[in-house]
Design a protein around this ligand. Structure first.
Ligand code: T46
Length: 133
């Protein structure tokens, strides 16, 4: 299920801290962490779906938008803080766009990198996951 998580921060007079832990506030075992930053104006990233594995996207600095298509419906979500995490399960086409210049998008993934796990062609995705008449 596509879900937005609201992560609790420890705030005090020194600032704020948020922790992400496997099978606690993250609903899977984290196998990989990567970040996306320095995205050039108007560039879109993603444009694929995963056959397996979940990801959680957290825009720890700046802002960006996420489009998710489940094969039938599309949603758009603004990510604008380290306390917000967008959970994208497998089988969802996703695109990231409208990055602010300072944006840093942190990604927590449930599996290791495997190019064979990617569906990068929208028509293949819609054939596999779209409405079957
Ligand atoms: C995703 C979205 C949110 C690796 O070698 N290891 C890795 O773990 C990753 C994620 C990427 N790469 C290489 C593969 C490509 O040569 O980094 C290069 C750029 O990857 P890609 O074009 O897939 O990047 P995005 O921003 O389009 O997508 C990434 C993730 O790849 C993807 O799984 O869900 O972020």
């Amino acid at each position: 299920m596509i879900e937005m998580y609201d992560f609790a921060a420890f705030n005090d007079d020194r600032g704020s801290l948020i922790a992400w832990e496997s099978n606690k506030n993250i609903p899977f075992e984290i196998k990989r962490v990567y970040c996306i930053y320095g995205v050039k104006d108007h560039k879109r990233r993603g444009l694929h779906a995963h056959k397996e594995g979940d990801i959680i996207l957290i825009c720890i600095k700046g802002t960006c938008k996420i489009l998710i298509n489940d094969g039938v419906y599309s949603t758009e979500t603004l990510l604008d803080g380290a306390n917000k995490g967008l959970h994208i399960p497998s089988g969802r086409w996703h695109e990231m766009y409208d990055f602010s210049q300072d944006a840093i998008l942190l990604v927590l993934a449930s599996n290791q990198y495997d190019e064979d796990d990617y569906i990068r062609d929208i028509n293949t995705f819609l054939t596999d996951f779209g409405h079957k008449e």
